[in-house]
Design a protein around this ligand. Structure first.
Ligand code: SAM
Ligand code: DTB
Ligand code: SF4
Length: 337
């Protein structure tokens, strides 16, 4: 590979992405670090914190999810939290050094009746001086605009895997449904957080297929979360007892994402609890520049914050985002003739 592109490109082919993914690891790391150094010179680690604002009882049948009503996982369904309780959690997250707060709801789609309360949460978290992200399922016309007016920065809605493998993971919605909601969020001016999960029994071609689908979103998502499956007992993917994915596949996927999404956050998301420190360090060396902190994700465990602090300190990686934010992901403007 010659010098990698340092600006976002919209015309990646699947073969080009595969060629990057399959580079000898030292060359892959070198290219990812060239992109990282050019676009994120300070190499800081962003810290986000998650909160499940409405847990369990979800109508979708995502085969990995502890919160689907289709599976018996022992997670009880709860009501939408009160705004004050959410703000309290956001404040604690900020005290713990997170500057981004992501609120997740176990909904197939956002209902208009819940919209005002969610908007109040966004306004209140924003007022605490944090970047806001929500993940609320599918959106209807007009809802993304309301979220945006409340001060929402990012909408998270993952494509999860390749188009071909999607049906093996979830059947209550389609890939196109996901892309439609992403279009609604984008049209309302929201930043997008879109990624997927590795280790669901997919093949390497599916991981490359997912990255290719993400690369076709125009402009690219500003944030690309890469999750490693957290196997949950009672779910189809928890019970399949598929062999855990080799960490090197996660590392390759992250490095490839760093290269094809040069200006996006690449978020090393779920699954860190089961990873060694060395595995996580490889993911960071591959170009991940954001993690979720706090000992819970939505329902799954996450490493203790003191462990994260030690890991980052051992690497000499500074925490916090402010000074390192690159320009937006829009492709370079073509000058008028
Ligand atoms: N209901 C909303 C939706 O699906 O868009 C939001 C919540 S959902 C829990 C957010 C994302 O978390 C999913 O899209 C999936 O990528 C990830 N996720 C959920 N369960 C996971 C698991 N067991 N392991 C890894 N990632 C998981
Ligand atoms: C994302 O891609 N990963 C986060 C966030 N976006 C919402 C969620 C991970 C959830 C892991 C499983 C759980 O906590 O239940
Ligand atoms: Fe519901 Fe989201 Fe879980 Fe799917 S991933 S079952 S949509 S909460």
């Amino acid at each position: 590979m010659t010098t990698p592109d340092l600006e976002p490109r919209q015309n990646w082919t699947k073969d080009e992405i595969a060629a990057i993914y399959e580079l000898p690891l030292p060359d892959l790391f070198l290219a990812a670090q060239q992109v990282r150094k050019a676009n994120w010179p300070e190499g800081r680690m962003q810290k986000s914190q998650l909160l499940s604002i409405k847990t369990g009882g979800c109508a979708e049948n995502c085969g990995y999810c502890s919160q689907s009503a289709h599976f018996d996982t022992g997670i009880p369904a709860s009501k939408l939290m009160d705004v004050e309780a959410v703000v309290g959690e956001a404040r604690k997250a900020k005290e713990n050094g997170a500057d981004r707060f992501c609120m997740g709801a176990a909904w197939r789609s956002l209902k208009d009746r819940d919209l005002p309360k969610v908007c109040s949460m966004i306004e209140a978290v924003k007022a605490e001086g944090m970047e806001t992200c929500v993940t609320l399922g599918m959106l209807k016309d007009g809802q993304a605009e309301a979220l945006s007016q409340a001060g929402l920065d990012y909408y998270n809605h993952n494509l999860d895997t390749s188009r071909e493998y999607y049906e093996s993971v979830v059947t209550t919605r389609t890939y196109e449904d996901r892309i439609e909601t992403l279009g609604k969020a984008r049209n309302a001016g929201l930043n997008l957080c879109v990624g997927g999960i590795l280790g669901m029994g997919e093949g390497r071609h599916d991981r490359i297929g997912l990255l290719h689908e993400l690369a076709q979103l125009t402009p690219h998502p500003e944030s690309v979360p890469i999750n490693m499956l957290v196997p949950v007992e009672g779910t189809p993917l928890g019970e399949a007892a598929t062999k855990p994915l080799e960490i090197v596949e996660l590392v390759r996927a992250i490095a490839t994402a760093r290269i094809i999404f040069p200006k996006s956050w690449v978020r090393l998301s779920a699954g860190r609890e089961a990873m060694s420190s060395e595995g996580q360090m490889l993911c960071i060396l591959a170009g991940a520049n954001s993690i979720f902190v706090g000992n819970k994700l939505l329902t799954a465990d996450n490493p203790e914050m003191s462990e994260d602090d030690s890991l980052l300190a051992a690497m000499g990686v500074e925490q916090g985002t402010i000074a390192d934010k690159p320009p937006a992901c829009a492709p370079t403007a073509i000058p008028a003739e």
